[in-house]
Design a protein around this ligand. Structure first.
Ligand code: AMP
Ligand code: MG
Length: 429
């Protein structure tokens, strides 16, 4: 297998993705501020403290069915007839169950003392009797404990129900509410500024497609990056296209750094390319260029701009990530590096989604020496299909695909091989 980091004459050494990620994460310190968020609005936020249950859920043994609470000893044979001595709807409590009687009970209602099973309504016959709750015939012999939901089977009082660093899902909001939390302690939203470089870029809406000058292209990166950031719960400041003057660029970056935790730039990070953003970041702080051993997405820059802290106890610097301009490279480097970095700022425990093992339904005989992220989708036979054009400029591949195959550098793939697949859904959550 070729060495992915080999350095043929004239080429910069390539940095393995894992090393780049480790270096980036080493820079990330969770944001200091924690805020109380209404539980209704906390979907997608990262919990900043453990949630401990102050009560047991369910609080008491209760019925899992509409039916009758009984003593199994009274129903040892099919067809037992019992007097219905009480009625217990959800939200009320009954009396102790006397021997030889049944309690009409509804889902969620507490099991009366003395009862040891619930018989579902469908397994009974109500025998009407004037002026009372009547009698009931229990057709089937109940097992002790049947249709009883036990106190504490969901949550034990004192237990940690959700842990700090957990990204909240709709289910987690329900669970937090079930133990009485109306607000949740969450990490504040990261503030992120975006800016694009490239004289060829045109914003959709400013020039009609048929009037585009030669060489002009629409700025597509700005759209998916903004949406990705919003999905992660960031506050986004869009600085647009930077003006083509060094002083103006420095002023713009300094202003953005003073209010943000991260500045994301796109374009202008390729080898040998000159642009004002690089020089401007360097004049305000530090900037490192990496040639990543991945495809798409080789060029990447990261740095910092010093500034006063924007929160008590916070850091006195703004981070900078420079993404490549090619749309698929920009998309992938965001997912592979910027997203984990933002997750770390949020104090999230899981920064990188897990890959799943899937079977390839195609051949990939000439792999790149770099680790490739191949756009693929799940076919009708459950095997992965590859998008025909894997070029870093073909954004269609990311819409056609369900995710990417994470293929080690130099590894050929044959139909039937098991590959590592990362669904976009795991990244876009
Ligand atoms: P660069 O990284 O600046 O060399 O750009 C590489 C390629 O990506 C060029 O073809 C650019 O025109 C294109 N590109 C750069 N920025 C964007 C953008 N924001 N949206 C779409 N394409 C872009
Ligand atoms: Mg450019």
């Amino acid at each position: 297998m070729p060495d992915a980091n080999a350095n043929p004459a004239g080429r910069r050494p390539l940095m393995p993705l894992d090393e780049a990620l480790a270096r980036l994460l080493a820079q990330a310190q969770p944001l200091a501020a924690i805020e109380d968020c209404n539980t209704f609005d906390a979907d997608g936020r990262v919990l900043a403290k453990d949630l401990i249950a102050a009560l047991t859920v369910p609080p008491t043994d209760n019925s899992a069915m509409d039916g009758y609470a009984v003593r199994t000893a009274d129903c040892a044979a099919p067809g037992a007839e019992l007097r219905v001595a009480q009625r217990i709807p959800a939200g009320s409590t009954g009396e102790p169950l006397a021997a030889g009687t049944a309690a009409r009970i509804f889902t969620g209602a507490p099991i009366p003392q003395g009862a040891d099973a619930v018989v579902m309504q469908e397994d009974t016959e109500a025998l009407a009797e004037d002026g009372s709750l009547g009698r009931v015939r229990v057709q089937a012999v109940p097992q002790a404990g049947q249709w009883i939901r036990r106190a504490g089977e969901d949550v034990q009082r004192g237990s940690v129900v959700l842990t700090a660093g957990q990204r909240l899902t709709p289910q987690a909001l329900g669970l937090a509410a079930s133990i009485g939390f109306a607000t949740l302690p969450v990490r504040r939203r990261p503030r992120v500024a975006m800016l694009s470089t490239g004289d060829e870029l045109v914003m959709p809406g400013t020039i009609a497609p048929e009037a585009m000058p030669p060489g002009a292209i629409y700025n597509s990166n700005r759209f998916f990056l903004r949406a990705l950031l919003l999905r992660m719960g960031c506050e986004v400041q869009d600085l647009g296209l930077v003006p083509d003057r060094l002083e103006a660029t420095i002023d713009g970056l300094r202003a953005a750094a003073s209010q943000n935790d991260l500045i994301i730039t796109t374009g202008g990070v390729s080898v040998g390319e000159e642009d004002h953003v690089k020089a401007a970041v360097q004049s305000l702080g530090t900037l490192e260029h990496w040639a990543l051993a991945i495809k798409p997405g080789k060029p990447f820059a990261c740095g910092t701009i010093a500034r006063p802290a924007i929160e008590e106890g916070g850091r006195d610097l703004c981070h900078v990530c420079g993404l490549p301009g090619n749309p698929v490279s920009s998309f992938m480097t965001f997912l592979l590096l910027v997203r984990p970095f933002l997750m770390a700022l949020l104090g999230a425990r899981h920064t990188v989604p897990a890959a799943v093992q899937m079977m390839a339904g195609f051949d990939w005989p000439r792999p790149d020496r770099r680790r490739e992220f191949l756009r693929a989708r799940i076919g009708a036979d459950g095997r992965l299909e590859l998008f025909a054009n894997q070029s870093s400029g073909v954004l269609t591949s990311t819409v056609w695909g369900d995710g990417v195959i994470d293929n080690p550098g130099g590894q050929a793939i044959a139909a039937g091989d098991t590959v590592r697949f990362i669904p976009f859904s795991a990244w876009l959550a």
